[in-house]
Write a protein that binds this ligand. Structure first.
Ligand SMILES: Cc1cc2nc3c(=O)[nH]c(=O)nc-3n(C[C@H](O)[C@H](O)[C@H](O)COP(=O)(O)OP(=O)(O)OC[C@H]3O[C@@H](n4cnc5c(N)ncnc54)[C@H](O)[C@@H]3O)c2cc1C
Length: 431
């Protein structure tokens, strides 16, 4: 069995949630970030609309909260909604501090876009490539940080826990498949973070890059796009007073209903009544992508169908990204925090990743240090191995506040119960 790697924080996922957590956790210890493919192969990279936050003088937290609760159709956790919405402006500042470029209005203030089901303009963006810009800036910040190691083409295949062997159910790392080598290795960590994103790819129609019609739905309705039938007639007025600006669940059900009534393959999102220069400037990515498919969106409507876009649900967490398993946290689209309810309000996801990434990073400081002597089971397909233990109260060069009182107290608890450790000589440190 290959020697295990050891780190303080193991982050599974290199999207906005994982990278944001990694940057914050690196202030307190070593971080390993895993990604299935290349670091920018993420949903984050495809986010178009932007990040919702109350920044306009005529907007208010109450209105953003009300819009979120309405979109969630009664299933949101109001406390979480209030927490995320009120934290929104500070998260936008953190994005700017991280080097993310955001579009500016002529007077120099942040340009605020509008999206479906929002009562006000409150979406900061970078053209229609906000996610790509966030991904770029965060990856650059991570690359500059010597405490963070990004391992690409690595698939976490199972979580490390002695629970299945009758021991401590706490999570202390993961088994990871190195795709290039075809080997499974063990990564030990005091805190393991699921930041693995959503499930869109299991559906036939998703808003991922291969389905061009989905790419436009996110922000274009908010900027004046109108949904029409193949005949040119509008139909959303029959479903909701906000018409084409209604929330996605309503729009998706309305389109589905119209397609079933008519037997047509799609309805159309029409931007042709808008100034072509505005459309090209605001949506350069979508414009180019559709041109490649033979559709000039300044002159022709875009065929659209309902598509899987976002996973509402996931691993249930508390307000600090903790799961019910000690040592295991979940943030981003893979987590169920209670913010979204039945339907996510547009552009609330990226800010949720930022808000919960920060809270989870703080909460992870309380995770115990890695434990002492004991055997750990080998990766799937291998026999159980035994290693002698290192010091339970070890401090690393980057331990900083993690060697504070709460972590120390937890560490002693961990020594008694955890069984994953290696000697200091046999450790492969991950930074
Ligand atoms: C087309 C599109 C437009 C969008 N527009 C917006 C928008 O304007 N505003 C907004 O707020 N939201 C938007 N969203 C939603 C938003 O982009 C996502 O919810 C958010 O980026 C999720 O971030 P994440 O970090 O949780 O996951 P992701 O960015 O999807 O990252 C998941 C990571 O997990 C890794 N991973 C998964 N499984 C494993 C494994 N087993 N082992 C190792 N690594 C693994 C992946 O490789 C990847 O690195 C949009 C989504 C799409 C698809």
């Amino acid at each position: 069995m290959a020697e295990p790697l050891e780190t303080d924080y193991l982050v599974i996922g290199s999207g906005i949630a994982g990278l944001n957590f990694a940057l914050l956790a690196a202030e307190h210890g070593r971080v390993v970030v895993l990604t299935k493919k290349q670091p920018d192969d993420t949903n984050t990279n495809w986010a178009q609309g932007g990040v919702a936050a109350v920044l306009a003088p005529d907007d208010s937290f109450e209105q953003h909260i009300a819009d979120t609760l309405t979109a969630g159709d009664g299933l949101c956790d109001r406390d979480v909604v209030e927490m995320c919405v009120t934290a929104g402006p500070a998260q936008v500042q953190r994005l700017l501090d991280a080097g993310v470029r955001l579009a500016r209005a002529p007077d120099g203030s942040l340009d605020l876009g509008r999206e479906g089901a929002h009562s006000h303009n409150r979406v900061v963006h970078w053209q229609d490539m906000t996610g790509r810009e966030i991904q770029r800036a965060l990856l650059e910040a991570v690359a500059r940080n010597p405490r963070i190691t990004v391992l690409h083409d690595q698939i976490a295949v199972d979580l490390l826990s002695m629970a299945k062997y009758g021991g401590d159910p706490a999570c202390f790392g993961a088994y990871v498949l190195d795709r290039a080598r075809g080997e499974v290795k063990t990564i030990l960590a005091r805190a393991t973070v699921l930041a693995t994103g959503g499930t869109g790819k299991v559906y036939v129609y998703t808003s991922n890059p291969e389905i061009a019609t989905g790419d436009g739905i996110e922000a274009m309705r908010g900027e004046g796009g109108v949904l029409r039938l193949a005949t040119g007639e509008t139909f959303m007025e029959h479903y909701h007073p906000m018409k084409s600006l209604a929330s996605r669940d309503i729009v998706a059900r309305a389109i589905d209903n119209e397609l079933k009534k008519s037997g047509a393959d799609s309805v159309f999102l029409d931007m042709t009544h808008l100034d072509p220069a505005f459309v090209r400037g605001r949506f350069p990515n979508i414009h180019e992508r559709c041109l490649g498919l033979g559709i000039d969106i300044t002159r022709q409507p875009i065929p659209v169908v309902p598509a899987a876009h976002y996973m509402c649900g996931g691993v249930k967490t508390d307000h600090d990204g903790r799961t019910t398993i000690t040592g295991l946290h979940a943030i981003g689209e893979c987590a169920f925090t209670g913010l979204h309810g039945a339907n996510r309000l547009a552009s609330n996801s990226l800010s949720e990743c930022f808000v919960f990434g920060r809270r989870a990073a703080l909460a992870a400081l309380d995770e115990p240090l890695l434990g002492a002597t004991a055997p750990i089971p080998g990766p799937p397909g291998e026999s159980t191995g035994t290693r002698s233990g290192g010091s339970c109260g070890r401090t690393s060069a980057s331990s900083g506040p993690t060697s504070g009182s709460s972590a120390r107290a937890a560490a002693s608890r961990s020594c008694a119960t955890r069984s994953a450790s290696t000697t200091s000589t046999s450790r492969s440190r991950a930074t």
